[in-house]
Design a protein around this ligand. Sequence first.
Ligand SMILES: Nc1ncnc2c1ncn2[C@@H]1O[C@H](COP(=O)(O)OP(=O)(O)OP(=O)(O)O)[C@@H](O)[C@H]1O
Ligand SMILES: [Mg+2]
Length: 504
Amino acid sequence: MSILELKNISKSFTGTQVLFGVDFFVEEGEIHALLGENGAGKSTLMNILAGVLPMDNGSITFDGQEYYNPSIQQMEKAGLAFVHQELNVVNDLTVSENIFLNREIVGKTRKLNKKEMLAQSRKLFDDLGVDIDPTILVSELKTSQKQLLEICRALYADAKLLILDEPTTALSNDEIERLFGILKALKKTGKSFIFISHKMPEIFDLADRYTVLRNGKLISTGDIKDTTTFDITCDMVGEQFVDKETYAEHELGEIALELQNYSGQGFSDVNLRVKKGEVVAFTGLAGSGASELMQSMFGALRVESGSMFFKGKDVRGNITKFMKSHIAMLPTNRKENSVIPDMTVLENSYIAEHSLSRKYPVINKKREIVKYDDLKGKLNIKAQSPDDLITSLSGGNQQKVFLARWLNTEAEILLFDNPTQGVDVGAKEEIYELIMRFAEAGKTVIINTLEIPEIKKVSDRCVVFYAGRVVKIFDHEEINERDVMLYSTNAIDAAAGSESMEDN
Ligand SMILES: Nc1ncnc2c1ncn2[C@@H]1O[C@H](COP(=O)(O)OP(=O)(O)OP(=O)(O)O)[C@@H](O)[C@H]1O
Ligand SMILES: [Mg+2]
């Protein structure tokens, strides 16, 4: 039986149609993957269902009841919970207060029953195997914990249908595995899920059925067991998708960057030399220290000892110092670290350059628009007007704007932490090609990623981290899924892993 029937849904934003008569059905007790490229209309469709956005046309039947442009409260009451693509927690409240926001438990005298709310929060986390202290402020949580908090809050609502819009982008592999265990168990109790993700292995692990949207239109729907990654990808991109060979051997210059006994929060004693024009991939599971190292290489985290030499100079200090030394960084977790929500697309694209340059204290909008148009073309950013708010772009297109933000500067060392987060297959290829182009232009690129195919596509070398240390460095031709995983999980005997790093 269908728990949800969306029929003939259409939607336009200021004259541009983004959904064209879409039908979408979800059965009771299934996990339904909603798929499509960045900007295909997935989040918009879900926002209409949840009462966040009004539709122009169509109908919603949820749990036997018909709705036309319902309110958010109406849909919540009917049994719908929504974990949004963008983080939606209140930093200034405690964890427990967030869970009970708008559904506070009050005693007879209408006073908040904090004790009961805390006890229930603890029980919720215990039941779900999540390690978060409900008494602390949300601002003290790590991004992954915030994402888990949002998911827990939605699960607490005991909804019949849960929408999870890219819920795993900030989670570690362990956390993802645990979450999937919970979802599969809840499914058995008859709950239904709509699951949005760009990660194919997740979809094939978790989902029972799928629906593909392309440019706001329904393209295909069916059972996951009857399809393949290849077929779904072709449906998403609208042509025969060819897995292109991106990597090309290219000339490397002299040593550009050198880390000497570099130690900081979460990593220690890293020694590494990277050449001009080289692309190096860092990889490692949660707690490996790779992301922390990258943040330290940009002055965002404190270095405890050791040095980083760039052009013979020991670079240290705050972020501004690193930026002035022509080092740029695209941080992980776009939602928290990159988006300046009240600014337009254009402002978000040039902010990095302007916080840097004293040359042009006054912003020349015309000049910025010319630059933006160039970047928009190069990165194939799907945006209507540079004056639109950044939040009106789809998640993947926001990510491209943040890449553009740094391309605007004259950076020579580019640090990209999880650069293809939330980015669809086609746009991923564009980003890979861009990375290759940077390298060919003599820039040094370091990416941090968990996706091994991605490492193989762009990098000259791959540095594997485990528990804060470099355990292996692979040359391009040695990189393969199995060996990188073996070293990342420390499945290789430690003695074999800590071989000499002298000549790196
Ligand atoms: N508030 C808004 N104002 C104007 N346009 C919008 C708004 N929200 C979404 N759009 C546009 O609607 C289209 C669909 O966007 P949507 O966010 O639904 O895509 P998506 O499939 O969720 O993509 P992603 O995978 O990148 O999250 C995009 O072209 C987007 O720019
Ligand atoms: Mg979206």
